[in-house]
Design a protein around this ligand. Structure first.
Ligand SMILES: [Zn+2]
Length: 316
């Protein structure tokens, strides 16, 4: 069974402007409440109606599974025992709320989205035809589906520390395995590398000493962005460290776009214009998004490892 372009278009139109599922879900279920969800659960979850949280009630209580007469409280006074029990209860409630709400979200997705778009999801069960391959940072605050509204089936995605693409000569990684599948099998038409503000991975890259061999996994990984760091240092020596990091967050995206061209099967498709390479930058301090596209023809006219971009847009 195939999903037609018009089918996908109609789904896109029906959701226009695209809204991330989490946002959609929140709209569906938000209501004033005195729900007592402990941090770090997102503040917006405070608005979830507990009378809809049947899922919470259906989860067996962890406390019920505790052996009776637990000797944790031996030697404690009545008040201390009471405090300990209350803390235990609070921790258990937090656990139940986390997974109870997760279950509620899933059932909300099933009832309000899957069942209503049954034909679409049945087609997706047979095959996927995403137009995008997305490479985003693993940071919990920057989920591309959440901020850009990718619906199931629309984006083949990988997320790693600092949204980096290693060059082909660096050997296999989960990133280039995903690229291989997305480009050669799924034949996506667009690769979008998304960076973001206050990226701890980029900060680590900017902080680390390059001449010191590190066995740290994170150091070894973010070293994939060292050319971006070098360009950043050369261009922003007069700026503060924080400003240099912001610069490098974008520079590393462009380095990843150039690194994508080190894979011959990607460069070939870009050259034949069946694949486009895009950069995106999400600033969660002011909730803005920058989007641009690598100008492959102009890049070819420049010296190696330099780039030209086009179709820049700023969404705010
Ligand atoms: Zn990051």
């Amino acid at each position: 069974m195939h999903i037609t372009g018009s089918r996908i278009s109609s789904l896109l139109c029906s959701n226009a402007p695209l809204v991330g599922y989490d946002s959609w879900w929140c709209l569906r279920f938000s209501a004033p409440t005195n729900s007592s969800i402990t941090r770090p659960w997102p503040k917006f979850m405070d608005g979830v109606r507990t009378d809809r949280c049947l899922a919470v009630a259906s989860i067996p209580s962890i406390m019920e599974k505790q052996p009776e007469g637990s000797n944790d409280c031996v030697g404690l006074g009545q008040e201390e025992k009471k405090g300990l029990e209350e803390r235990k209860m609070a921790e258990t409630d937090g656990y139940q709320n986390l997974f109870g709400l997760m279950k509620q979200r899933f059932l909300g997705f099933k009832n309000q989205k899957y069942m209503k778009e049954l034909e679409y999801f049945r087609a997706l069960a047979e095959a996927q035809f995403p137009k995008f391959m997305v490479i985003g940072c693993a940071d919990s605050r920057v989920c591309p589906s959440n901020i850009l509204g990718f619906q199931p089936g629309e984006a083949f995605m990988i997320r790693n520390i600092a949204n980096l693409v290693p060059v082909m000569k660096n050997g296999p990684s989960e990133c280039n395995a995903a690229l291989d599948f997305a480009v050669n099998t799924l034949q996506v038409e667009n690769i979008l590398v998304i960076g973001h503000s206050s990226c701890a991975g980029i900060e680590t890259l900017m902080n680390m000493q390059e001449d010191v061999e590190s066995r740290n996994f994170i150091h070894k990984w973010v070293a994939n962005g060292k050319l971006a760091k070098q360009r950043t240092k050369a261009a922003t020596a007069h700026l503060s460290f924080g400003q240099q990091c912001r610069f490098c967050e974008k520079e590393s995206i462009n380095q990843s776009l150039l690194n994508l061209l080190s894979y011959p099967w990607i460069e070939d498709r870009v050259r034949r214009e069946s694949l486009s390479l895009h950069g995106g930058y999400y600033n969660f301090s002011n909730c803005s998004f920058e989007k641009w596209t690598l100008d492959f023809k102009q890049c070819n006219k420049k010296e190696e490892n330099s780039y030209v971009v086009k179709e820049q847009e700023f969404w705010c």
